[in-house]
Design a protein. Sequence first.
Length: 177
Amino acid sequence: MTENNLNTPRLIIKKIQRADHENIFKGLSHPEVIKFYGVHFDSFEETEEQMNWYENLEKSGSGKWWSIWLRNSEEFCGAIGLNDFHEEHNKAELGFWLLPNHWGNGFIQEAGEKVINYLFKDFKLHRIEAFVESENKNSSKVLKKLGFEYEGCMKESEIKNGKYINVEFYAKINPAR
């Protein structure tokens, strides 16, 4: 499998491009999406920061993100990706988000299986980590369905909206290594 063949029967999964700017803004400004997400933007112009971040991940070799589209309608659904790649430890962090009208359809699990398989087989990662706000039960469920194991909770480890929040961490080890 190559990065260019991450599609599934229901989804097209492709590298985020500058042309995705409007869709990224739509997601990272949506109140339901950002409720448990680490970044948010109030304007299309502010989202330029996120687009630069995606590009810089690739340039620096520290990550890679993909957009998720419905195959039958070519409708944008969300994004999934890898960041904080640490070559010396052969590990990275997985992140994802989905527009609310696509919740409950198994799209993140489907895209996640394809991306994780690519990261383990072709990218040769040993460990993939994920960090989730404790209140975000849906993301925790998806990670468990993807075979991630709960490793613990960092209590009051981040401040969001002026309040300390707990962050749970999960990991999946490459079964072939």
